[in-house]
Design a protein around this ligand. Structure first.
Ligand code: UDP
Length: 236
């Protein structure tokens, strides 16, 4: 597998072409961003930790029947994935209220959401990733009705699988964001799943173990990501 020119650089990852038109290499950098990229810092070891964490989670999801773009780990910071046409919409599921939901609706952080909520956000940094609804997704052609239904089904299935996985490490999966794309016409999971894109609390103390440590200046950001991995049996 030959690594070729950079295709795209996001806030925390870069994507490179390969000699296979159906495969690209994702590189996890140490950059950590918050508030729509207005704050960016380098956190030692974060690229490696998130790359390995993501590979572990993608493996679990794949084993549970969720199609993903993951192919194989190439190095500490690099992973080989299927080249997809990304659907420019983020899917968010919440089991407990936190973050923007608390700000938007004025509810108490930690409020249990039963059934879990499903929200959609347009991927558009200039607009600050605005919340959109299912009608917008279809009318603007970001995804078809069938693709949207599949994204929603897969997002809830991911929630069921990962809620149980994190519970086995005495953690609560508060909320998470996933992104999908199309590979040869099929909707598959793309991007990454790491503590950068979800909220995880210790079940007993409700200590935050995710990117809120960075957003809220709580310290020990990467250390906490490693603790999450360790509790699932991962070593870095
Ligand atoms: N999230 C993300 N990328 C984004 C926005 C949100 O990964 O661009 C994740 C975030 O880490 C959390 C969930 O999606 O796990 C819900 O985020 P929320 O809407 O509460 O927004 P935030 O508080 O992060 O602004």
């Amino acid at each position: 597998m030959e690594k070729r020119e950079e295709l795209y650089a996001g806030k925390a990852k870069s994507v490179y072409k390969t000699d296979d038109p159906d495969r690209v290499i994702m590189v996890f950098r140490n950059d950590t961003s918050a508030f729509d990229g207005k704050r960016i810092e380098q956190l030692d070891r974060k690229g490696m930790v998130n790359n390995k964490f993501n590979a572990f989670i993608m493996g679990k999801l794949q084993a549970a029947g969720i199609p993903t773009h993951f192919e194989k780990l190439l190095s500490d910071n690099e992973v080989l994935v299927k080249k997809m046409d990304m659907i420019p919409v983020e899917c968010v599921v919440r089991n407990l209220a936190a973050g923007s939901l608390v700000r938007r609706l004025g509810v108490q952080e930690g409020l249990e959401l039963n059934p879990p909520t499903f929200e959609l956000f347009l991927k558009n940094d200039a607009l600050g990733d605005p919340m959109v609804n299912e009608s917008h997704v279809q009318s603007f052609g970001w995804a078809t009705t069938e693709q949207l239904a599949r994204m929603k089904e897969l997002t809830f299935k991911i929630n069921a699988v990962l809620k149980e996985l994190f519970a086995s490490g005495n953690m609560l999966l508060v909320d998470f964001k996933v992104e999908f794309g199309l590979f040869k016409g099929e909707v598959i999971l793309g991007d990454e799943f790491s503590p950068d894109g979800c909220r995880l609390w210790d079940k007993d103390t409700r200590e935050k173990l995710d990117k809120d440590r960075f957003r809220q200046n709580l310290g020990n950001v990467v250390e906490s990501y490693e603790i999450v991995g360790n509790r699932l049996g991962l070593t870095f």
